[in-house]
Ligand binder design. Structure first.
Ligand code: GLU
Length: 417
């Protein structure tokens, strides 16, 4: 089976929501395409003096509700269509949690593990210089994504501010605390995943305490989600990364697994594991809760038939293909969609941007409390839409809420000749 194109998946998800909305096909069509995509080739000097070129993208999908917002990923698998899809998911993510942003996304086609820190800094600054005319506190605000973090955000902020001869910390979020970052930002994606898990178990009248959990991916999203879900009293019995999966039916010490991965580079080889298997085996384990926290298309139609979890909470962006979604809906598996479950990252990015603009720092307690309110309100709006509109699943319900808000903003703006 050919791999699903994430951009086509996004368009299908918007179309599915359209069936439950009183929105014309012309308006809906507009919401299925990015407003613009920057494609650029970065030429950067390597440590050995040679020049290497890298393809990079920034997609600005929709700005009806505010500045474009979304991360920048460094990955060899980055494509134009992937960035377009990810930027569209950001539009509906910022909308479903009702923060005043549109959606954007960027990426460089690169395996960052193959480059020195100095090379990565030059590559990042080259991209920031290309992005400079298109970004800004009120235009487009990038952030971290797969394989990028505080270090890269600091470099982008510094490049932008130097070239613009100003201070504008709100041009980018996910910075280190010392460079204008926010308390709670690093853990925010995993924290909203935990809130989403807690809310859905409550909605389904099930206990998260004592529930068995499998987490695919042990990066920033997966490892924090695992830790915080573990703190809710659940048993994280399996975790994985690109090296493979580890299992222990009694549950892992999720913090110790993270320490082990930090030391060795992977979760496999951890001595408390009773067995090791593949990511595919982890995704089809008989657990109460499955948290895909890696990349798109982790579960396709075929694999979906073998998924044995009762509940899936998506920490990654786009981990289920639309065909997989259909199979899970048919099989009665409840899925809390990415645009809500992992929206903690962009929500705390919003708090960071607000703090930057106010030149006023919030406490971690305030950040986490406000995040909880945003995610639980969005969860309630999604389940209300599910019940009121009778959507087949929660993803379509989340899109019904999100698309309607974008349409309302567009309608309210009037037309431009
Ligand atoms: N990359 C994250 C996401 O996919 C965060 C984006 C942001 O903070 O702007 O939601």
């Amino acid at each position: 089976m050919p791999e699903a194109n994430p951009f086509e998946s996004l368009q299908e998800q918007i179309g599915d929501a359209g069936e439950f909305l009183d929105v014309g096909d012309d308006v809906l069509e507009r919401l299925k395409h990015p407003e613009r995509v920057l494609e650029t080739t970065l030429s950067v000097e390597m440590d050995d003096g040679t020049i290497e070129t890298f393809k990079a993208f920034r997609s600005q999908f929709n700005g009806d509700r505010g500045p474009y917002k979304g991360g920048i990923r460094y990955h060899p698998g980055v494509t134009r269509d992937e960035v377009k899809a990810l930027s569209g998911w950001m539009v509906y993510k910022t909308s479903v949690v009702d923060i005043p942003y549109g959606g954007g996304k960027g990426g460089i086609v690169i395996d960052p593990s193959e480059y020195s820190e100095g090379e990565l800094e030059r590559i990042t600054r080259a991209f920031a210089a290309e992005l400079r005319p298109f970004i800004g506190e009120d235009k487009d605000v990038p952030a971290p994504d797969v394989n990028t973090g505080q270090r890269e955000m600091n470099w982008i902020k510094d490049t932008y501010e130097t070239l613009e001869n100003t201070t504008a910390p709100g041009v980018i979020t996910g910075k280190a605390l010392e460079n204008g970052g926010s308390e709670g930002r690093v853990e925010a994606t995993g924290r909203s995943t935990m809130f989403a898990a807690r809310e859905i178990f409550d909605y389904l009248d099930r206990d998260l305490e004592g529930a068995t959990v499998a987490v695919q991916g042990y990066g920033n999203a997966g490892s924090v989600a695992a830790k915080l879900i573990d703190d809710q009293g659940a048993d994280v019995v399996a975790v994985s990364d690109s090296s493979g999966a580890i299992h222990n039916p009694d549950g892992f010490d999720t913090r110790a697994v993270k320490d082990f991965k930090n030391e060795t580079g992977s979760v496999t080889g951890y001595d408390e594991a009773t067995e090791e298997f593949s990511n595919g085996d982890l995704l089809t384990m008989d657990v109460d809760l499955l948290v895909p926290a890696a990349l798109e298309n982790a579960v396709d139609e075929d694999l979906a038939r073998d998924v044995e979890a009762d509940v899936v909470v998506e920490a990654a962006n786009g981990p289920l293909t639309p065909d997989a979604d259909d199979v899970l809906t048919e099989r009665g598996v409840t899925v809390v969609p990415d645009i809500l479950a992992n929206a903690g990252g962009v929500t705390v990015s919003y708090f960071e941007w607000v703090q930057n603009r106010q030149r006023f720092q919030w406490t971690e307690e305030r950040v986490n409390e406000e995040l909880e309110a945003v995610i639980t309100d969005a969860f309630d709006a999604m389940t209300d839409a599910h019940e009121d509109a009778g959507t087949p699943n929660l993803r379509t319900a989340a899109y019904v809420v999100a698309v309607q808000r974008v349409v309302d903003a567009y309608d309210g703006s009037g037309s431009w000749p």
